[in-house]
Design a protein around this ligand. Sequence first.
Ligand code: TYD
Length: 137
Amino acid sequence: MNCRIINFGVHVDSRGSLVSLEGNKNIPFEIKRVYYIYDAKTDMERGKHAHRELEQLIVCLNGSCVFVLDDGKVRESVELDSPNLGLYIGKNTWREIRDFSKDCILMVLANKYYDENEYIRDYNEFLGISLNNVGVQ
Ligand code: TYD
């Protein structure tokens, strides 16, 4: 699975906590885009797609949610519930996001600008592509 949790260093002092994110340093790519999701409906799912080339780093700034990650062979779930953790998701990874807490705020860093043509939204197409990539990555 081309995904991993990154534990960010936190600058803690008597005033509170600060986390700094820097492209090609603690974020493993150059950051081209940032978007965020809030007010997600707690009974609805998001995601349900993969990306051909996009890499992303997701931080749950508040609340919690669950990512289901699938590389075509293995499926696993990760709960994000802390602003000092980042979930790196590499290309060709199917993701579903569910179990949003009411107060969940998700920040997503990406290495490319938004491009709808870059999405794989059909699970069977994704499986075909990931099968062809076996041994290449
Ligand atoms: P979508 O990628 O389907 O959301 P999710 O991955 O959370 O399921 O995007 C929802 C809508 O927002 C869709 O109409 C495309 C638009 N959008 C942008 O315009 N720019 C962006 O950077 C993103 C991620 C989405």
